[in-house]
Design a protein around this ligand. Structure first.
Ligand code: LLP
Length: 449
């Protein structure tokens, strides 16, 4: 078999069967059951480090933080890895913050996002001492200022701006054009008004601006346009207030390979491009280069993880045009990977437990949920003899897989295990039916008025 190394984690090998970090996929499936998320710890760490090194190499003294976007996937163990590597953590809910804090993550490297932070979330962030809160609306300017005042602190904030960029990606994950719920629009004047309000707020210290243009982006021009407009904005701020804002956060969104003919964005190349633009635009406006931060999520965790499924049933259906389609049903589905249904995202799969010499046939890999849209892979060539009991491996499922998992059809969410140099350990255990039943409440009706 032509093993597609570009989509598998660095320590995945195929030698008659798939192994990850020296452990056979069949052994992992036997030991931990399926569906199973297998995270290659060294792969994760090396990608996180590569983004940090690239930022530092190209921005030098102006390198801020790589904030790992925890929405892609977070657990206490992963937060510890991030901390050990010395990068920051981007959280966008109280839940993500709680995981970071439970891992002992230093609050001075936590950045708080979200377009609708509750008072409780703002309070938790300020009480924990989170270094940066990224403000997303006028309501939040008032709330964060008030809550910071109540805690007797001056909170460092960034303003999330929408620079009006059409990123080349799926509409649902494109975030910086005008008609979106995020941030303050530069074009409409909202961004400038927000600056004035923050400057007048006694418990806020405006350190800079932020934008995140979208996710799974490969074309650099979106980042370039965003950076150019943000730097114009920094110059306008300097002209008006006679001081320079020291921080610029350019968000995440760097694309990764899901298919054999795709390639994952190279951190060094990406940071070289970004640094060139930031430096030339700052020079054009006679600005000191600000401290630049980024927020990759997918590009760190996505390629590190492989999902293992067991095939349960197969069937062949005859289509209207007389052609046959083979359905291969696995023991998970849209509850552990909603991305194909939600964004028409494409994945590949390989047979992980053996090498087949059978010729391939067009196949559709589907889950076990009660709807036809429960598709993992719409069309893929897989060996003709794939059958019940075979193990399928779907690579590059680390980002927005387990983190967007659901209990649809009362499926339990899969375990995540970390593998490293021939060792394996559970970092998030598999849910049980008892977990699900533990939410059920039998309560006498209470009269409320
Ligand atoms: N920073 C901010 C403010 C974000 O909103 C996001 C992602 C990131 C950073 C990280 O983006 P990344 O480097 O992972 O592309 N569920 C979708 C992706 C949604 C992304 C939401 N925000 C998917 O499965 O494709």
């Amino acid at each position: 078999m032509n093993f597609p190394t570009n989509v598998f984690s660095k320590n995945a090998t195929f030698d008659g069967a798939l192994s990850i970090a020296g452990i056979k996929a069949t052994t992992l499936a036997k030991e931990f059951s399926t569906p199973l998320f297998v995270i290659d710890e060294d792969d994760f760490r090396s990608r996180a480090l590569a983004w940090k090194s690239a930022l530092e190499k190209h921005f030098g003294a102006q390198a801020g933080h790589v904030y790992y976007a925890s929405k892609a996937f977070i657990s206490v163990e992963v937060a510890k890895w991030i901390n050990e590597i010395g990068i920051g953590l981007d959280v966008c809910t109280g839940g993500e913050l709680a995981v970071g804090l439970a891992a002992g993550f230093p609050a001075d490297r936590i950045e708080v996002h979200g377009n609708n932070k509750s008072e409780a979330e703002i309070t938790a962030a300020i009480a924990a001492g989170c270094a940066t809160i990224v403000l997303d609306s006028f309501h939040e300017i008032e709330r964060v200022n008030r809550i910071a005042g109540a805690h007797n602190v001056i909170q460092k904030v960034l303003l999330r701006l929408t620079p009006g960029v059409e990123a080349h990606t799926h509409e649902s994950i494109s975030t910086a054009h005008e008609d979106v719920k995020f941030g303050f629009s530069i074009a409409s004047g909202a961004a400038w008004k927000a600056v004035e309000e923050v400057e007048a707020a006694p418990h806020l210290r405006l350190a800079g601006i932020h934008s995140h243009i979208g996710s799974q982006i490969f074309v650099a021009d979106g980042f370039e346009v965003a950076a150019t407009r943000l730097i114009e904005f920094l110059a306008r701020f300097r002209d008006h207030f006679n001081r320079e804002l020291p921080e610029l956060d350019l968000g995440g969104g760097y694309g990764i390979a899901y298919l054999a003919d795709e390639s994952t964005m190279d951190p060094d190349q990406m940071m070289a491009n970004l640094a060139a633009i930031v430096k030339s635009q700052c020079a054009a406006h006679d600005l000191v280069v600000p401290t630049v931060s980024i927020e990759p999520g997918r590009a760190i965790v996505g390629p590190s993880t492989t999902t293992l499924y067991e095939v349960g049933t197969t069937k062949v259906v005859t289509l209207e045009n007389g052609a046959n389609r083979r359905y291969i049903s696995v023991d998970g589905g849209m509850s552990d990977n909603i991305r194909p249904s939600l964004y028409q995202a494409e994945y590949l799969a390989i047979v992980a437990n053996r090498e087949s010499t059978e010729s391939t046939r067009d196949s559709r890999v589907v889950g076990k949920h009660c709807e036809s849209g429960d598709i993992i892979i719409r069309s893929i060539e897989l060996p003709g003899d794939v059958d019940a009991g075979d193990l399928l491996a779907v690579p590059a499922t680390g980002a927005y897989g387990r983190s967007m998992a659901s209990n649809y059809n009362h499926m339990v969410r899969p375990a995540v295990i970390a593998v490293k140099s021939g060792t394996a350990r559970v970092i998030v255990r598999r849910e049980t039916v008892a977990d699900l039943l533990s939410l059920e409440v039998v309560e006498s009706p209470r009269t409320l008025s």
